[in-house]
Design a protein. Structure first.
Length: 331
């Protein structure tokens, strides 16, 4: 029976015809709305033009869910403090920001893992990176999270920022007994720009700069970091980091592998930017070529921010690797 037009009803055939036409209009409109392909500019680094290089060092381009994930960092850190109790707070320097949070294990003379957070060198607070602590504490290790100045507070001087982090690690070595730690089992971990800073720590000349043993740090885990600053210097990050030739060379960990005195684990996710993947892959290859111990991990299906969350899981990609490096079993 044919539908009554005045009633606003359509037959099945009319409905399908209207639907098909609407779909065609929608598809055509969608096609028309697509931006024209961008013309590739002159190559700036490898096969990347300036926009591609800038994007390759801008995590938000490749990880649109960044706000949700970093929000979880903060929320899960609050939950961790609720379960473990507030960390002990120590000052490693005279500036207000120069402090560190220590989540202590019950085991006496326990190993120590010092964590360096990321934030594009521009931000981040220790309190929002506490969530991996429970995994380490339950396994019998102290977990230390550093606070340090953003690079803009140093006028764009990364060397001063790296110096601050090195002084923090030296403080932990010299004062580990104060919180029940074993200075001779000191490890470092870092993520993103924090992995870059942790890499700088790993190639520190401890004897010359701090009068400490050459093997002050016994192992490192570097996730999603930068190990040669040349391409970073060519990117939009140069708008707030005042790179110089000296800074680029001194803080490119890959150029100082001769000073690497401990095993290192490096990792990246498959959904990270092409440059962060390449930086990690090339650094691992360079360490291996130098005949030094390195473990290279790839997190399938993780973006730059998601992969770091696996450090909080003793059976996760990073959590398992960190505990194995410290010769600890999951708690």
């Amino acid at each position: 029976m044919r539908g009554n037009r005045d009633s606003g009803c359509l037959t099945r055939r009319e409905f399908l015809e209207v639907g098909s036409a609407g779909a065609l209009v929608a598809a055509t409109g969608s096609a028309l709305a697509q931006p024209a392909p961008r013309a590739k500019g002159p190559r700036v680094w490898l096969d990347l033009d300036q926009k591609e290089l800038d994007d390759a060092y801008d995590q938000s381009v490749y990880a649109p869910n960044q706000p949700q994930i970093t929000g979880r960092y903060a929320t899960n850190s609050e939950i961790t403090r609720a379960r473990l109790g507030a960390p002990r707070r120590f000052a490693y320097g005279s500036a207000p920001v120069e402090g560190l949070d220590v989540f202590t294990a019950k085991r006496p003379n326990a190993p120590v893992n010092v964590f360096v957070h990321g934030g594009a060198w521009r931000g981040g607070l220790a309190r929002n990176y506490a969530f991996p602590a429970e995994s380490f504490v339950n396994a019998g290790a102290h977990f230390v999270v550093l606070d340090f100045s953003p690079v803009q507070d140093f006028g764009g001087n990364l060397a001063m920022m790296a110096g601050q982090v090195r002084r923090a690690v030296a403080w932990v070595y010299r004062n580990a007994k104060e919180f029940g730690g074993d200075a001779n089992r000191l490890y470092i971990s870092g993520h993103s720009s924090g992995a870059h800073l942790a890499g700088a720590v790993l190639v520190t000349d401890w004897q010359k700069e701090f009068d400490l043993p050459a093997d002050t740090v016994k192992g490192g885990l570097l996730c999603s970091g930068m190990y040669d600053l040349k391409p970073v210097r060519l990117s939009a990050r140069s708008s707030y980091v005042k790179f110089t030739d000296e800074m680029e060379h001194a803080l490119s960990t890959r150029r100082h592998i001769d000073r690497l005195n401990c095993p290192v684990v490096v990792a990246h996710g498959t959904l990270e930017t092409p440059e962060f993947q390449r930086q990690t892959r090339d650094f691992a290859a360079a360490v291996r070529a130098a005949g030094k111990p390195v473990q290279f991990l790839i997190g399938q299906g993780y973006n730059h921010f998601e992969i770091f969350e696996t450090l909080a899981n003793p059976y996760g990609l990073l959590g398992r690797a960190a505990l194995e490096q410290m010769k600890l079993a999951p708690g």
